[in-house]
Design a protein around this ligand. Structure first.
Ligand code: FEO
Length: 393
């Protein structure tokens, strides 16, 4: 019923939209859904590139059969083994018992472990080529984006590169598949959120992959999530390059926790100081209200970060403590950092933020502000001063 879509004369998109999943990886909200992308290259030999998560196998296989017109799949290329893409491998093998599964040695260990498949494999190494007839494929090993087996497949004939999760975006595909056929702003934001939360920790492997890609000519970037990139290739490569070097553009993200609004007032005062000093890009988030995936995206985007929390059971407010773990988990580098905290009888927050800054190797800006009970004039002035100092770096 649903149609496969043409990318080039021989390359078809046969992916699916998932608008039902609430949280990606059971942790990251999907307000616009997500797509699981799969592609077929039709030639003398037929190659299927990646599959989809298992609940969507029926729609996926239906599209595949339309494209095949009675022929069989010769090769199944596995660029990434995570189950949102490998989920339908067993179904494909059942349908086409002769299909050769292409991956690298790390792929095959996971393939055996997840699906018990150990035969009919074709192992590739970095640079291996494979002719489908007219289309010449080349495989690039790009480990740790964001799993160890991740690789990319380049179709030198149509200049299309199948990149796995690299260059992926959240957001189900609204009608079209190629960026030029979509309302692109939403996907650009979801591209940043996807990168920050999924691949953000792996800046150095991403840089290595970009270096490999710089040697080839690319007309289409075909990732496993989100739009196929054609018109915005330069801009997504530039974004990926900047984000993976942890180079924030100018801007300040203030993230606070507050139980009764007193710590929140300190955040407001710091923002006031920033604004008085001419800073315009100021983003303020209540860590207990906005999902961490959105806040992390802005922390990747901008160069300065301020964290504040009340003292809670002699530690940080729990949502802030959990947020620090999420930052640490992404290993966000090179941030200029300031912090503040409050308490009613004994302050623990500034000690914890100070140790966190040290662990992250961040540069601390200004004098941290501490207040007890409600915000009073001296601490207010100190927050204004901290804001002004942050604006000056
Ligand atoms: Fe979309 Fe890493 O799986």
């Amino acid at each position: 019923m649903f149609k496969a879509k043409t990318i080039t004369k021989d390359i078809y998109y046969i992916g699916v939209n998932d608008r039902q999943k609430i949280n990606f990886e059971n942790q990251i909200p999907l307000p616009y859904g997500v797509s699981y992308n799969s592609y077929v290259i039709m030639d003398e030999k037929i190659a299927l590139i990646d599959t989809v998560e298992i609940p969507f196998a029926e729609i996926f296989i239906d599209k595949l059969l339309q494209v095949l017109q009675g022929r069989s799949v010769d090769y199944l290329v596995i660029n990434h083994m995570e189950p949102d893409h490998s989920g339908s491998i067993r179904a494909i093998r059942r349908l086409f018992p002769e299909v050769k599964i292409i991956g690298n040695n790390r792929t095959f260990k996971m393939l055996a472990g997840y699906y018990g498949i150990e035969d009919g494999l074709l192992e590739v190494t970095d640079g291996t080529t494979l002719s489908l007839g007219k289309h010449q494929l080349q495989f690039f090993l790009t480990p740790m984006i964001h799993w160890p087996e991740t690789m990319m497949t380049y179709d030198a004939t149509d200049k299309a590169i199948f990149t796995g999760d690299a260059f992926g975006a959240f957001g189900a595909l609204d009608g079209g598949v190629i960026d030029s056929d979509l309302m692109i702003n939403k996907y650009m934001d979801e591209f940043d959120r996807y990168f920050s939360n999924i691949a953000g920790k792996y800046g150095s492997p991403v840089q290595k992959a970009l270096e490999k890609m710089s040697t080839i000519e690319v007309t289409f970037i075909c990732p496993t999530h989100g739009p196929v990139w054609k018109d915005h290739i330069a801009s997504i490569i530039e974004k990926t390059n900047r984000l993976s070097r942890y180079e924030g553009e100018k801007g300040v993200v203030i993230v606070y926790a507050s139980m009764y609004g007193n710590t929140e007032q300190m955040a407001e005062a710091i923002a006031e100081g920033l604004s008085e000093a001419g800073e315009k890009k100021i983003m303020i988030y209540d860590v207990a209200k906005t999902d961490a995936s959105f806040i992390l995206t802005d922390i990747f985007r901008y160069d300065r970060l301020v964290l504040g929390s009340p003292t809670y059971n002699n530690g940080l407010f729990p949502e802030m403590a959990s947020f620090l773990l999420k930052i640490e988990n992404r290993d966000i580098k090179h941030r200029k950092f300031a912090y503040f905290g409050s308490s009613t009888w004994s302050n623990a927050t500034t000690r914890i933020f100070s140790a966190f800054a040290e662990k992250m190797k961040w540069e601390v800006i200004g004098t941290p502000v501490e207040e007890q009970q409600s915000l009073k004039q001296n601490a207010y002035e100190a927050c204004i001063a901290l804001g002004k100092e942050l604006a000056s770096v």
